[in-house]
Design a protein around this ligand. Structure first.
Ligand code: MG
Length: 311
C-alpha cells in the first residue's frame, strides 16, 4: 500500500482557540496518546505572543517535555517572526512553521502589514531557521478563498508557494483557512501546484466548515498529494464537526481507499476521549459515532465470548 503522511495539528491548531485552557502536562499527555496511536508528526505548539494566544503561553515549557518523552516524534512549532524563532530555538525546537496569508487584506487585518512585507518576514524567518539547522514548513493561508477578498487567484497562491520553496521551506502547506474549498477546486489547484513543487514538499490543511473536508482530502489524493494536516477529533476553532479535518476521518477514508497511514483508529479514540474530557466538550469528526460503536462491539465480544472474537 502507498503511504500517506499525516501531521496532527490538534496540540496547536486544535487547542489554541478553546475556551478551556489545558496545562502543559495535559498537552503532553495528548501528544503521547497521538504518538501511541501511530502519529509520527505533530504541530506541538506555537511561539506567538502569550497576550494574543494565552492557550500557547506554555510553549517553552511544553516543547522540552515533549522532546524528552518522545524523541522520535517530529514536532513542528509555529513561529510568527524572528523573535518567535529565537524563543523556539531556545526551547530546543527542531522544526518550525511560518504562516503567510495569500492576500493583501488578510495580512493587513491579521498582522497589520502588507503581503510583500509579510512574505519577506516569512523568507527571513525560514532562512534563519535553516541557518540554525532546523527543519521548516511554510503555510500558505487563505489559498482558496479569503474572507475579505473572495476567491484567491491561483496564480497568486502559486507565486507565493514558489517563493516559500525558493526560501528553502522543507514543506509547503496549502491551507483552506475558511473551509470553503470544494473537491473540484482542490483537485485543480493541487494539480497545478504539484507541477511546480515536488509532491514530497507539498501538503494540504483542510477544514470541515462546509462538510467537505474528507471529499477535499480525496480530491487532494487524486491530485497526487500525500501529505496532510489533520486534527484528532476535528478539534479546532469552531464546533466539533466544523473545525479542522478530523484525523480519524482522514485515516478511515485513506485506509479504506488503499493508503497506509500507520495510525490506529482505536488509538485515536483514546486521544479523543482524553481531549474531550479535558476540554469539557464533545469532539469527533464525521465517523465518530460509528467508530465508537465499532469499539463497543469489539469490547463486548471480547468480554463475553473470546472464542468468537475473531469472527
Ligand atoms: Mg486549521
Amino acid at each position: 500500500m502507498e503511504a500517506i503522511h499525516i501531521t496532527d495539528v490538534a496540540p496547536r491548531d486544535g487547542l489554541q482557540n478553546q475556551p478551556v485552557h489545558l496545562g502543559a502536562n495535559d498537552k503532553l499527555r495528548l501528544v503521547q496518546l497521538l504518538a501511541a496511536a501511530g502519529v509520527r508528526s505533530v504541530e506541538a505548539t506555537s511561539f506567538v505572543s502569550p497576550k494574543a494566544v494565552p492557550q500557547m503561553a506554555d510553549a517553552a515549557e511544553l516543547l522540552p517535555l515533549v522532546h524528552a518523552a518522545l524523541p522520535e516524534l517530529r514536532c513542528s512549532v509555529l513561529v510568527p517572526n524572528l523573535k518567535g524563532l529565537e524563543r523556539a530555538h531556545a526551547a530546543g525546537a527542531a522544526e518550525i512553521a511560518v504562516v503567510l496569508s495569500a492576500t493583501e487584506t488578510m495580512n493587513q487585518r491579521n498582522i497589520n502589514m502588507g503581503l510583500e512585507q509579510a512574505t519577506e518576514i516569512s523568507e527571513r524567518t525560514l532562512a534563519a531557521a535553516q541557518a540554525l539547522g532546523l527543519r521548516t514548513r511554510a503555510y500558505v493561508a487563505v489559498a482558496f478563498d479569503c474572507p475579505f477578498e473572495g476567491e484567491t487567484p491561483l496564480a497568486e497562491v502559486l507565486r507565493l508557494a514558489q517563493r516559500m520553496q525558493a526560501a528553502g521551506a522543507g514543506e509547503i502547506v496549502i491551507a483552506d483557512t475558511i473551509g470553503s474549498a470544494s473537491p473540484g477546486m482542490v483537485k485543480e489547484r493541487m494539480r497545478v501546484l504539484a507541477e511546480a513543487i515536488a509532491p514530497e514538499r507539498l501538503a494540504i490543511h483542510l477544514h470541515d466548515t462546509r462538510g467537505m473536508a474528507v471529499a477535499n482530502a480525496w480530491a487532494a489524493l487524486e491530485a497526487g498529494i500525500r501529505r496532510f494536516d489533520a486534527s484528532v477529533g476535528g478539534t479546532g476553532r469552531e464546533r466539533a464537526a466544523a473545525g479542522n479535518l478530523a484525523t480519524e476521518d482522514l485515516v478511515l477514508m485513506a485506509e479504506r481507499s488503499g493508503f497506509a497511514t500507520g495510525i490506529s483508529l482505536d488509538g485515536l479514540l483514546e486521544a479523543i476521549d482524553f481531549a474531550q474530557e479535558r476540554l469539557q466538550r464533545p469532539l469527533g469528526g464525521r465517523a465518530i459515532a460509528w467508530l465508537r460503536r465499532q469499539r463497543e462491539k469489539t469490547n463486548s465480544s471480547n468480554n463475553t465470548s473470546p472464542e468468537t472474537a475473531t469472527t
